[in-house]
Write a protein that binds this ligand. Sequence first.
Ligand code: ATP
Ligand code: MG
Length: 405
Amino acid sequence: MNKVTLSATSFKPQASPATWLGVMGGGQLGRMFAHAAQAMGYKVAVLEPSSDCPAGHAADHLLCAHLLCASYTDAAALAELGEQCVAVTTEFENVPAQSLATLAVHSFVAPSADCVSVAQDRLIEKKFFADCAQKSGVMPAPHHAISSLADIDSIDEALLPGILKTARLGYDGKGQVRVTSRSEAKTAFENLQGVVCVLEKMLPLAYEISVLAARGADGEAVVYPIAENVHRDGILFTTTVPGPNVTADCAARAQAAALEIIGRLNYVGVLCIEFFVLRDGTLVVNEMAPRPHNSGHYTIDACITSQFAQQVRAMARLPLGDPRQHSPVVMLNILGDLWFANGSSTAVEPAWDQLLALPGANLHLYGKDDPRPGRKMGHVSFVAPTLAQAQDNLQAACRLLGLSA
Ligand code: ATP
Ligand code: MG
């Protein structure tokens, strides 16, 4: 298929021939990206090794032809994706940066390989955050790089108790071990196969927040309202916006820091930055995701422009959309555990009809047919005229689904 030639300034949707956008990765974030792009009139190609994947099911109608089942580094598949698509984005941060660089020779790639590389390595990321701190006003947690047992001998005692995290490839709390002593840190490091790690001081968290920001190729940036996040077993459980604990001052500092960080990266696309708020009010920057984020799913139902529509606009070099929130919202993640909530050893579909009977409920399921504990199967958001009503509906949903609220 021939690539459509569009104006140098933007890749507008076009009826015929269609304008194609590409995404690296086939998970739920790619699926929701596809939905948003298609709603705006684009066709979507997905590059992903597995044919049975959430984004693959949502990719354009001619699914088999346009779901490129290939490895992320497959030269022929990258060439085909680049040939077909005017712009390419990513839905996961561990996409090989070299593949993005290869794609960038012929297509517009947003975010860039350089930006994604910073977010792929906790040590590079923390150094970048520290470099931004003078202007952002926000530091990362005290930490030390660990690449050998000897490094553990030389750490400052003040870093303990701490969390040993693999520098690369961690997610949903995987690749992390809490340690209280040097000997525990050594055992944990050995159990992590001696890969490069970062030992971070365990901080006294009051609550956790995240900030979504988006930046266009023209340098214009927008920032979304602050999301307050609750995790369970290392996985996001709920996101509430406005956050019940978030003060106006804290929100302003986090939003200003996010804008400083996204600008300094010269980033194009949607970026999510996670922060800790400590008991004394100090704001600490934790990590960033170079893509839409689970804690930003609330934007689909509660904001004028969702994080996925914003991703489309940024990569297509269109004007960014209004990030304003129109309704208070609570988002609840739906994990595979719910299918086994009654102690059953075989999967039982949760009562979606009853869930949808709750006021303001918006159900999003990702089309995964194999529920497993800890697997993200979908999410539900409750929008309401007041936050209290949204929270009441969340409580009702938890009772219905057999979750402790
Ligand atoms: P995800 O991909 O789900 O965001 P992750 O595996 O990348 O998670 P982090 O976000 O670094 O890992 O940490 C997971 C959770 O562990 C945090 O949300 C927070 O609750 C807790 N945590 C991480 N680092 C610290 C710290 N230094 N002090 C206290 N708690 C921490
Ligand atoms: Mg995190």
